[in-house]
Design a protein. Structure first.
Length: 326
């Protein structure tokens, strides 16, 4: 899929071609889960039907059931929750009509999982406290915001390895559990697995003006860009690097200060095809959480582009000052 923008009256001084291009990576399927979910065969089968090569390791406060507030009566039932955020304790209670015949419950020792039963002891529903909390609250609350601690990829030979397989026994994940949780007892770790797909954004400037190559050459270059697939391993590396550069997670080291760079062979095709920018977009409304880091404020939607030719006289197709030569 491609998007072509033709702004009237705009030109790009010192553009390489009259048509400049950006390769953008858009998030598609994504799943929010915890490490013990990899023991659930149904979840694993679902993940295996998608090409999730990017993962995020995140944290947010534990949300636990408050046992003293749990009540299942004939007409209504009540669910209470406790959590600690920034050292302050919070308690919430929610009442709901008991239309499903909830009668009793069984709570695990950690108070983070519940089985709700009818009067005969048949389990009608069960779930994690944090997930049931989402269905309890009338509107979004910042307690659900996820802080990104680490971003990684799983590829393997010919792209066969997926993030779910790597995370099931991942040394970095175990290290983060050990290090982070020792100092953040009231937090818990969450994982987001991502599938991304590339698309092309092209911008047409004024034909032949201040472009190194003429219009016919620009058209040929555009055809080459549009018809040359980017290898999957380079797609994965470039989105991993872009996300790390943008969020600057606590436990990542590589790419924080070195992306983008023409010296990186792992996404060299972006320079070989003379892309002007690399970009990404992701949206987490469907998993009802905002993402943030120490440098990025919480948002549902994140969009960012990275100019590939800093330090040169090449003009940035998304910089209005470059476009108008300001």
């Amino acid at each position: 899929m491609k998007k072509v923008l033709r702004p009237r009256g705009l030109f790009m001084k010192h553009a390489n071609y009259s048509i400049e291009n950006t390769i953008a990576m858009k998030a598609g399927y994504h799943n929010l889960l915890q490490q013990n979910d990899f023991k659930d065969l149904e979840i694993v089968r679902s993940l295996q039907s998608h090409s999730c090569h990017i993962y995020m390791i995140c944290s947010r406060p534990k949300i636990l059931f408050r046992k003293s507030s749990l009540h299942f009566g004939r007409d209504y039932y009540r669910v209470g929750y406790d959590y600690i955020k920034n050292g302050k304790e919070y308690s919430e209670e929610y009442d709901f009509p008991n239309t499903l015949g909830f009668s009793n419950y069984k709570l695990n020792e950690a108070c983070n999982r519940i089985h709700i039963m009818d009067e005969k002891g048949k389990i009608l529903t069960d779930g994690k406290s944090s997930l049931l909390y989402v269905s309890s609250i009338p509107e979004y609350k910042e307690i659900l915001d996820l802080k990104i601690l680490y971003i990684g990829q799983a590829f393997g030979e010919n792209g066969q390895r997926l993030a779910a397989e790597r995370l099931s026994s991942h040394s970095t994940l175990q290290q983060i559990y050990a290090d982070f949780m020792d100092n953040n007892l009231n937090e818990e770790i969450w994982l987001i697995l991502w599938e991304f797909a590339p698309y092309l954004i092209s911008m047409l400037g004024s034909i032949g003006i201040d472009a190194i190559h003429d219009f016919d050459e620009s058209v040929e270059q555009y055809k080459k860009v549009n018809n040359t697939p980017i290898p999957l391993d380079q797609q994965i590396t470039v989105i991993e690097a872009a996300l790390i550069k943008y969020f600057s997670p606590q436990y990542n080291i590589e790419y924080k200060s070195t992306f983008p760079a023409s010296s990186h062979s792992s996404y060299q095709i972006c320079y070989q095809l003379d892309f002007n920018n690399i970009a990404f977009e992701l949206d987490t409304k469907s998993i009802y959480t905002r993402l943030y880091s120490d440098t990025i404020k919480p948002k549902f939607f994140h969009l960012r582009n990275f100019f590939l030719h800093s330090g040169t006289d090449r003009k940035n197709m998304f910089n209005i000052g470059d476009i108008f030569n300001l």
